[in-house]
Write a new protein. Structure first.
Length: 259
């Protein structure tokens, strides 16, 4: 059984940011004109440290935003960065409302049938969080099979939980909501992007939860920039990433404590 959490109220600034894309109907396929050399780049506002809306500036920021900026600059292009819920990013790309995705969206065979992924800029797997007083051992997803587990809607991690036989999966819009509900006892564990969960615990509100340090994810997958299927931009993106990966991209990952 998969349960869906009721979305938490969004701050006014974030609601305004989301409105740039999220309020458009998915059937709106007409591509709006771009300025010369401009790409509209979609990203999730809840994927700290990869992408999020900075409350001080009301602008998207994070490691994937920084990477997209230096890659586009390398190509002599500019990005117009637009926030949308994670689950709306691929539909926004395939309907032409954005030109590229820069978010914590990993390459999977299923997604690769719909969109094109650039050369990887980072790789990681899932992380598991439980309450601090829970001293159990959780080396793999099979260990949480009988528990209530939270995961982000539209992500690979929901599929991994179901594949491991976890029957009580509750989905959320963001990992911050998962950590909050775990701390409040509404779920027994949370599963999602390991770097995002670790960042939430390090810099977010102090809550009585912990990473399961013994946990090994079933797979690690690549994080890439994403464009529409058959995009002529892809070879240029790949070449730019190859030139920038050893120094500039590595420095960005280290700045965000990812490398």
């Amino acid at each position: 059984m998969i349960e869906h959490s009721r979305p938490a109220a969004l701050p006014i600034q974030r609601r305004a940011m989301l409105g740039m894309i999220a309020t458009l109907p998915l059937s709106a396929c007409a591509r709006q004109p771009r300025a010369p050399g401009e790409l509209w780049v979609g990203s999730s506002p809840t994927g700290v440290p990869f992408s999020y809306v900075d409350p001080a500036t009301n602008e998207l920021t994070g490691a994937m935003i920084d990477i997209a900026q230096i890659v586009l600059r390398e190509l002599g292009m500019n990005g117009d960065y637009r926030a949308a819920p994670f689950a709306a990013l691929i539909p926004s790309l395939t309907t032409g409302r954005i030109d590229m995705i820069a978010a914590a969206m990993q390459r999977t065979p299923e997604r690769a049938e719909i969109v094109d992924f650039s050369a990887p800029v980072f790789s990681y797997g899932g992380g598991l969080v439980v309450r601090k007083e829970d001293r159990g051992s959780y080396p793999a997803l099979a260990a949480v099979r009988e528990m209530r587990v939270g995961a982000q809607v539209g992500t690979r991690f929901v599929d991994q939980l179901l594949g491991a036989g976890v029957t009580r999966v509750k989905t959320y819009d963001g990992l911050g909501e998962i950590v909050r509900d775990l701390a409040n006892g509404r779920i027994d564990a949370g599963y999602g992007d390991e770097p995002i969960l670790r960042y939430q615990l390090r810099v977010g509100p102090k809550r009585p939860v912990r990473m399961a340090s013994e946990f090994t994810p079933p797979v690690e997958e690549d994080l890439c920039l994403i464009v529409a299927k058959g995009s002529r931009l892809l070879p240029r993106l790949n070449a730019a990433i190859l030139r920038l990966k050893a120094a500039e991209i590595r420095a960005i990952l280290q700045h965000w404590e990812l490398g």
